[in-house]
Design a binder for this molecule. Structure first.
Ligand SMILES: CC(C)(COP(=O)(O)OP(=O)(O)OC[C@H]1O[C@@H](n2cnc3c(N)ncnc32)[C@H](O)[C@@H]1OP(=O)(O)O)[C@@H](O)C(=O)NCCC(=O)NCCS
Length: 117
């Protein structure tokens, strides 16, 4: 299930975020986390399974109508088990009145999940 990010989860969130292709640099990672902590329309969730945090999804609420999926990662040990798809499904339940958009990095996977999500 999706858990809303809180400061106590910072290290695990940074570890998951670092799997994103454009979040390899520690300074960039810290800046990204800071934005999720401070900007009201940047919202970060972790995927909890049993006692482990194994996935992360971060969005920007762009407007009343649209949500941009900008970060989406799963711990490599748990990939290809449908967790990415489940995170997208739950996000769509949370923001059920909004249209979802992807950026250059997330578009390929989000597009693959497509209308099945
Ligand atoms: C992308 C990611 C979140 C998918 O998570 P996951 O839980 O393994 O995904 P699912 O099990 O729901 O789906 C797996 C399918 O997605 C495909 N897939 C993985 N990454 C993909 C990508 N970047 N673009 C398109 N398809 C992708 C897999 O090949 C697999 O395809 P198949 O079902 O035809 O075999 C995970 O691979 C990841 O963390 N990647 C590193 C972070 C990253 O690059 N994020 C940006 C893309 S969202």
């Amino acid at each position: 299930m999706l858990i809303r990010y809180k400061k106590i989860l910072e290290k695990i969130a940074m570890g998951l975020l670092s799997f994103m292709p454009d979040e390899k640099d520690i300074k960039k990672l810290q800046a990204t986390i800071k934005q999720y902590e401070t900007l009201e329309n940047w919202q970060l969730y972790l995927w909890k399974e049993e006692d482990d945090m194994i996935g992360l999804i971060g969005v920007v609420i762009e407007s009343e109508e649209t949500v941009l999926i900008q970060h989406l990662t799963v711990n490599p040990s748990f990939r290809n088990q449908g967790i990415g798809r489940k995170m997208l499904q739950q996000m769509k339940e949370i923001y059920c009145n909004k249209e979802f958009k992807a950026n250059d990095v997330t578009a390929s996977y989000v597009g693959k999940c497509g209308t099945e999500v």
